[in-house]
Write a protein that binds this ligand. Sequence first.
Ligand code: NAP
Length: 254
Amino acid sequence: MTAAHNEKKVALVTGGSTGIGKATALAFAETGAKVAVVDIVEEEGKKTVDAIKEKGGQAIFIKTDVSDAGQVKDMVDKVVDTFGGLHCAFNNAGIEGEQATTADCTVENWNRVISINLSGVWYCMKYEIPHMLEAGKGSIVNMASVAGRVGFANIPAYTASKHGVNGLTKTAALEYATRNIRVNAVCPGIIDTAMIDRFTGGEGEGKEQMEAMEPVGRMGRPEEVADAVIWLCSDKASFVTGHPLAVDGGFVAR
Ligand code: NAP
């Protein structure tokens, strides 16, 4: 990837304060793109922006709850007002929710997970796409998961939300295929972030079990997902749309 690759492009990354989103915001900046870091976590988000600026890049932080359609609309408008357009979007913010079987999952947990992971992705696309249509070009990558490809016991809302993201991605890809907007998803396996730490307690047996679930015998790094997103957003992926790309160390190959 050359620095000129995304020069003059504008990218927004939701969930950009930590984990995969942060790694991707930094990676976009490395390609020369102007980056909007979007998250509910302000302090960490501003650190992502500072890290980009320290390397000579351009970035802003926009505090936004992606489960609120009005906030998402204002956020996208602010990105366009600040940077003069929107070319790439990584709709990544998400939560794992509580662990419980399908019968024991609470209505509150179901609604919360779906509102952030699925409705949040839809709100982002709803307000991003008109700007991309206006520009005549755009590339969107939505965050799904291997839990959008296969079932996972005890996280029914999460699994349903990520399957939903893949369905929504394919639908939008078909709708805008002739209008120069590509829409893809990434489906990471187990990636070493705070989300996995919350599942495992951070270290020890829980973490080893997670590593053992991966055919390659280790967790992925956030930067490995970021590289896939940068490629999908670039012109190098010009014939790729509607694809749920596994970045998973072989997880769904079994
Ligand atoms: P992470 O470090 O927890 O990052 C997620 C970020 O999104 C956090 O800063 C989080 O804030 C923020 N966020 C949560 N709800 C939000 C909302 N309503 N509006 C805006 N921002 C919100 O976790 P991650 O592992 O990088 O996860 C990023 C995405 O990758 C998620 O969609 C996740 O489902 C997906 N994913 C992760 C893995 C993995 O193994 N790590 C695998 C497959 C897919 P809080 O910290 O306050 O929640």
